[in-house]
Ligand binder design. Structure first.
Ligand code: ZN
Length: 268
């Protein structure tokens, strides 16, 4: 397994792009306002890496594409660590309650048609699983609204976690300077990934982002409490890529793999 992981890491190094922190000489770096040690400590306490924390219009951006809001900073979510097989880990924070429940998703009308195609495909991926949570695209209102990220944003997309009252995170931002031209299956995978955050899933490889992002392992926050192992799930799919891996490159498609489906069924 170790050598397979090395191959995967090397492959990732060559192809993967952070959902954030993309190193591109053409981009000007984001303005890094000082973030207080108190905030960094709280982010770590919540179980997230507190390296490379950036300001975001909705709060703070951690682990590339996850928004931590002021409400999150004040909360103590009931975290669950779900381990599927040897490599795949899906940690949840708050989850969406009131199941069975349909979540409506709306695209900002300024986004081109390819986003409708991608969102419809992402929704189909979820709805095909027969979960107690389903999604539908709407053209007004919407529990989750997908908007363009501010120009110059240093991430591919962003989203946050459900509220303590059990509602999904309501905002996904997409970086049009990449997603307007990226492979449609990759855009579908990115939207499905951000919806995954909105309903409470963390990065599968949060404990070792080197897995999908390349580079060396980074400390991704405090150890989780009460790991839940789901027995009898395959480990062989680990390399092929969970939909909640932290990094993705253009051309990569990440439909749900069996361990993703196990983790989705476990919660929903
Ligand atoms: Zn993510």
């Amino acid at each position: 397994m170790r050598s397979l992981l090395k191959v995967a890491a090397l492959f990732a190094l060559l192809t993967a792009v952070f959902f954030s922190c993309k190193k591109d000489a053409k981009e000007t770096p984001l303005p890094q306002e000082a973030i207080s040690q108190q905030v960094l400590d709280k982010i770590y306490e919540l179980g997230f890496g507190n390296k490379n924390v950036a300001r975001h219009p909705e709060g703070y951006l951690v682990e590339g594409d996850i928004v931590i809001t002021e409400e999150d900073l004040r909360s103590s979510p009931d975290r669950k660590l779900i381990r599927v097989g040897d490599e795949e880990q899906y940690r949840t924070t708050n989850t969406v309650t009131g199941l069975p429940r349909n979540i409506t998703v709306r695209l900002n009308s300024s986004l081109p048609a390819r986003y409708t195609t991608a969102l419809n495909s992402a929704i189909s991926r979820y709805n095909a699983l027969g979960l107690r949570i389903t999604f539908s695209r709407v053209t007004s209102g919407g529990n989750i609204v997908i908007n363009p990220a501010p120009s110059g944003a240093g991430y591919l997309a962003s989203a946050g976690f459900p509220s303590s009252s059990g509602n999904p995170y309501g905002s996904v931002l997409v970086n049009r300077s990449y997603l307007d031209t990226w492979n449609i299956n990759t855009v579908t995978s990115i939207i499905a990934h951000e919806i995954g955050h909105c309903i409470g899933y963390r990065h599968t490889d949060y404990a070792n982002r080197a897995y999908s992002c390349g580079g060396s392992a980074v400390n991704e926050g405090q150890a989780g409490v009460g790991a839940i192992h789901i027995p009898g799930t395959p480990t062989t799919n680990a390399v092929s890529g969970s939909w909640m891996l932290a990094c993705i490159g253009n051309g990569v498609n990440r439909p749900f793999i069996s361990s993703d489906i196990t983790a989705l069924n476990y919660v929903y």
